[in-house]
Design a protein around this ligand. Sequence first.
Ligand code: IPM
Ligand code: MG
Length: 366
Amino acid sequence: MATKKLLLLAGDGIGPEAMAEVKKLIAAMNEKGAGFAIDEGLVGGCAYDAHGQAISEEDMTKALAADAVLFGAVGGPKWDSVPYEVRPEAGLLRLRKDMELFANLRPAICYPALAASSSLKQEVVEGLDILIVRELTGGVYFGEPKQIIDLGNGQKRGIDTQVYDTFEIERISGVAFELARTRKNHVTSMEKRNVMKSGVLWNEVVTATHKAKYADVKLDHMLADAGGMQLVRWPKQFDVIVTDNLFGDMLSDVAAMLTGSLGMLPSASLGAPDAKTGKRKALYEPVHGSAPDIAGKGIANPIAMIASFAMCLRYSFSMVAEADRLEAAIAAVLDDGLRTKDIMSEGKTEVGTTAMGDAIIAKFLA
Ligand code: IPM
Ligand code: MG
């Protein structure tokens, strides 16, 4: 079996603790012949401390050569005042940009065992299974000009540029339609065409792509603000949501919280299939951040990181059976009543990061 090259970038805060659980899982799979080759690097604040960059050239090169990158989390108060260009988040943005990871898949699944811990009523979230497809390498996070200029009259002007070209909208909507076909065959596209030119184009291109290649999929359009409202009103009306970088950032946090805890949700960031090999560059990361307030205490929830590895098995290595089994192991451990602090509720058993990881791995191997 060909080796599967993984680069682990655990990052800051709870990143390394969560990643340690995935490392144990990979070691256990390798003992059974899975053939993962692991390399590790630094990203975020720890990379800044080591070499004054949010990610080194050497680690960027490794990321570009890997079959998949597993990413933990970056940032923390320690680096609040480092220069903007080398702030921890810059490492993540560079990985996304240089690896051309334009498609960010953020599933929001409400595990039955956790339906009661959502801030919404149980009937609103029970059985929830939506997928947000966020454009990740364009839009206002990357558009130029991006600067603060001095107007010379005691005023400054901050500028970010929202910009999308046809091909960017075509390829992200294509990913959304393809994924919808494997699910409930329904895509909702969100933009602000009532006030933004990029929204008008977004709407046009999604509509045209649908008509040309995906007419079998049900397509709805929604203004992004109304979409945010509908997400908290009745989220089960959605299957796949496709939206731009900025709206996707916000809407995916909203969707994440519907499920009870940010600590539960994985994500995949994918590039275009290689013309020769068909392989996509890919990075997998939990949606939660570095949570510096609980870092180092052994109480972080490793589920989002482990579920991100399940997505890696599914999308980078076509190990669908193993991915299904790992996701089932997570659900089973929750059914058994095991909870980390962030999802703890009355009558359940509170465990730390390591015990949660061990329990999931044991179920997975059983
Ligand atoms: C996310 C995060 C990042 C983003 C930050 C850390 C740059 O919020 O992945 O959603 O804004 O994309
Ligand atoms: Mg975000």
